[in-house]
Design a protein around this ligand. Structure first.
Ligand code: PLP
Length: 388
């Protein structure tokens, strides 16, 4: 059976050109970038080239990019880095209730160490209200961290407005842009961002590499102590092949993003509308328009998302109930609960995320396969019986 992958928000396959660009850095050009002889300098040159490519994707400068092991590390680096470097100015951090666990858990860690965290609510679409951000600011606030787009429901947040507010009062602004970089335009200057997290495996690069954009002049402490790599901000020998692959993915994204976003938006809307037409008692989660071009998140009443997933898997279709992390836990999604869904509705949620190799007929296949699966599960559902 041909497998159909519709979970691109969890991870993407590396682009063949990305793999091609990486290969020689495992074998021929394997030097340590800190070595002064030619092997080392060759590797160092490749890193610097990749840095410029990654920076260009978000309209930043090369020296403002620090490579990390992924989005999680970038989030940790940004938040802990700013918190500990600016303790003398204040101990208050503002974030939102729909952030990725990498941000939420970092904030909880800081809260246990004396920082005060304000976690802003969202509306039914998952949107943070910029007025709430403004009202939450105190003279102790040192950082605002609100994600660019949510990984579960795809809602794109009003980052420009929040960035403007942060700038007016001189507070650092971090955004987790792991789901947007490489997919929709991101310009750190237009968006007024001081720190931005990204991850290569979300846009056809390798896993285990990401970056933190750090606006020049931002005060933060290094993430790891040791050697002098990454301008003393992140010690450890650089993952040269992965960084090269990240650079290639960034270069390809710059070229292909515009057309690809249009194509995916059409497929996305076809799937959303098709599902709403064919299955009753379902709702679209997330904003209808301000949403990622590749995200479809629905709640199906009277059935468990996990049961649908298992049945889809039997048909060779790979989807998700939300974030890659929460798929393995039985807790309802904190994002959907924050948007006002009941735990039952949250348990009945399903995410399809499309990508480069998603074809028109795959959408047709989901529309053909999902309605009978839902009908079958509902026929056995104690939830439906108790509703009647
Ligand atoms: N932030 C968001 C919004 C994500 O979607 C993810 C991955 O799912 C991460 C952070 C973590 O990124 P990584 O897997 O590179 O650590």
């Amino acid at each position: 059976m041909k497998r159909l992958y519709l979970d691109y928000a969890a991870t993407t396959p590396a682009h063949p050109e990305v793999v091609g660009a990486m290969l020689s850095y495992f074998t021929d050009a394997f030097g340590n970038p800190s070595s002064i002889y030619s092997y080392g300098q060759e590797a160092k040159g490749a890193i610097e080239e990749a840095r410029v490519k990654v920076a260009s994707l978000i309209s930043a400068r090369g020296e403002e990019i620090a490579f990390t092991s992924g989005g999680t590390e970038a989030d940790n680096f940004a938040i802990k880095g700013v918190a500990f470097a600016n303790e003398n100015r204040g101990n208050h951090i503002i974030t939102s209730s729909i952030e990725h666990h990498a941000v939420i858990e970092t904030c909880k860690f800081l809260e246990k160490r004396g920082f005060s965290i304000t976690c802003l609510p969202v509306d039914e679409y998952g949107l943070v209200n910029p007025n709430d951000v403004e009202k939450a600011i105190t003279d102790k606030t040192i950082l605002i961290s609100v994600m660019h787009a949510n990984n579960e429901v795809g809602t794109i947040e009003p980052i420009t407005e929040i960035g403007r507010i942060a700038k007016e009062v001189g507070i650092y602004f971090h955004t987790d842009a792991v789901q947007t970089v490489g997919h929709i335009p991101v310009d750190v200057n237009e968006l007024g961002i001081d720190l931005l997290s990204m991850s290569a495996h979300k846009f056809y690069g390798p896993k285990g590499v990401g970056a933190l954009y750090i606006r020049k002049g931002t005060k933060l402490i290094p993430f790891m102590h040791g050697g002098e790599q990454e301008r003393r901000r992140r010690a450890s020998t650089e993952n040269v092949p992965a960084i090269v692959g990240f650079g290639k993915a960034a270069e390809l994204a710059r070229q292909e993003m515009g057309e690809e976003a249009e194509r995916l938006t059409c497929l996305r809307d076809r799937l959303i509308n098709g599902l709403l037409e064919r299955i009753d008692h379902i709702r679209l989660n997330g904003h209808p328009v301000m949403r990622l071009p590749n995200n479809i998140n629905i709640s199906v009443d009277f059935v468990e998302g996990e049961s649908i997933l298992l049945n889809l898997d039997l048909e060779g279709i790979c989807a998700s109930t939300g974030s890659a992390c929460s798929s393995s836990s039985l807790e309802p999604s904190h994002v959907l609960l924050a948007m006002g869904l009941s735990p039952e509705q949250a348990h009945g949620s399903l995410r399809f995320s499309l990508g480069k190799w998603t074809a028109e007929e795959e959408i047709g296949r989901v529309l053909e396969v999902l309605p009978p699966i839902v009908a079958k599960l509902r026929a056995m559902s104690p939830l439906l019986k108790s509703h009647r």
